[in-house]
Write a protein of this length. Sequence first.
Length: 740
Amino acid sequence: MSESCLTGVIHGTVFRNDDNGYTVLSVFADGDEVNVVGVLPPLADGERVTFYGGWVEHREYGRQWKATGCEVEEPTSLTDIYNYLASGQIKGIREATAELLVKTFKEKTFDVLLDIRQLTKVKGIGPLRAKMIAESFAEQYGERRQMMFLQRNGVPPALAARIAKTYGPETEAVMRTNPYRLIDDVDKVGFLTADQIALRMGLAPDSDHRMQYGIRYILEDAAAAAGHTCMPAEEVLNRASELLRCTPASLERHMQALLLRRDLILSEFEGRSYAFLSSLYYAEVETAMRLIKLKLTAPAEPQNTIEERIAAFEHAHGITLSIQQKQAIRGAVEHGVYVITGGPGTGKTTIIQCILYLLGQDHKTVLTAPTGRAAKRMAEATREKAMTIHRTLVFDAQTGHFEHDEDNPLKCDCVVVDEMSMVDIFLIRSLLRALRDGTRLIMVGDQDQLPSVGAGNVLKDILLSGVLPFARLTDIYRQEEHSMIAINAHRINQGEMPLLNQKGSDFFLDRQDGPANAARTVVQLCMDRLPGFLKLKDSCRDIQVLSPQKKGPAGVIQLNRLLQQAYNPPAPGKPQIDSGEFVFRRGDKVMHIHNDYQLHWSTEDGEDGDGVFNGDLGFVRDVFPDRDELTVLFDDGRLVTYGRADLEELDLAYCTSVHKSQGSEFPVVVMPVIRGPHLLMTRNLLYTALTRARRFVVLVGTEDVIRSMVENDYVTTRYTGLCQRLKDQTSPAPPQLDFE
């Protein structure tokens, strides 16, 4: 769409969303009535406006002008002034009052709308009504002026609407003084966006604001992109100097300013000085203190009855537990805090079932996991209720906090957390805040999985510290011995090639050279070959394609396009919404890709709440192009409405990255294994991918690539401090907690 102009007079507002500014206008232009759509300031009937943008063809509504911005010409003729005032945009003015105002002040009408004394000269307008009119006009005129100011400075319309809504009449003053405040005050605005705006507005490249926010950004980006909770201080300065194009030495005084304000905190351990954002530093300190306190205060089970009760469980379920499993079960019920770690097929689920049996009716146990799919799998395996950690703690969108915390703890005796490798530092802290003294905490996970998407390396740090008791499971549970998925997972983890294409196996390689061939084969497997071979009722739900890479012919983006075209192509009467690089249609498989604590959800049984989280999977139920909205039904039954501004939080999910698949389990996993970046194509990633499969795995590629991944045991360093904090807290007395 090439950028051009359309000038016309507003005839009416067809639709407007005041929350995000999305508007549909009827406009008279060049003798025709046309629809103009886009994120726009409030506009009134009769106003003459120049819209920037271009013509687009909407599948349902035909030709319309998609506006990227606008300039409003103040009405000059008496007719246009009257139409503007009579439109109802200004409180206190209707048709009769508009006629009196124009008759009294003529072309100078706009000049007196802010003058209460002048307004009271008009018959029927007293002091209170004059004040209402002046305030309403000032608010509307001010919002529009702020939007125009922002758009003239290159701020995209949707962002301009959010900024104007945040700062109101102070928008221009804030932006001229310190545009970097956007990072703290406006949701989803980062340093790079704020910096681009600031430099365009003429802020000095070496301003204190820019230097200090730049240093902060290095740590914020390290947390968001790589999961670090800290970084070596010298590395922070070096990276910031590259970003800001200055010397590391010139940034030292700015780092000192941040340290004095406690925006950053320095900590010495492992012979180096590490810089933390204060929020991450205190999250790790508090987490360590609360874990140690739970360890010291939780009650232990009497040891003389455990063996008898384990034997009763074995008899009731017709199984014989291994020595490792029994040791893990005993440890879990004898300690206040306990960790159970092991790979696929080592019996973690059976251990959870036995623990629930041992604790019995005398203990109220809460089962929870970081993702909806993990919680659902946990509930199916145990036949007990399980929910995500977020739903367990109940997020309150009005306060921005979880309802369950130290002032309103969970009413339970034991909490079991599955898929602990996915739990980041903020989530574990929130959970620990909601546990009363004496609550037993059992954490279950696979330390060899990829670490959490969010900041921290909680499970590995706990195990590495040696401070909390744990069981490490290595033996494959005998009921899983037939599964090549479990066997190959352990072989890969030990640096051995997986066993491929054995007769009767559940683990296969489809040999294909080149990414294009691999991509075509992936689609054929999903659409034709696997559904019949495995007798799948719903291959779109049962098969999950994973890719190590985002881009390229066999990357996540391209495979999503190919699979969407195969599973859910465009069709007459099937509504869709364009959103950046994707098109969303009714029936599409999608994933939410950011934690959004404000999005509202509801369920068919009447439950509702707020919060949709990174990795949640679902299907588009309905699409409403006229409202720029769609609804998604997630796997756990939550129904969520997405407006235009929310669509950036959705991705197609016919194919996802291996990282995004963490915490989920699928009947069938298909993954291309083709050449890629050495730091990405690792043993750890291959192990994580295939352990997502419950029933069947197909790799598409060559043995050479698989071998190179198995041999590549590179693990990206994740800088964290929880291990050290746990070691620091090993005092004989329970620590005293005092956190806001």
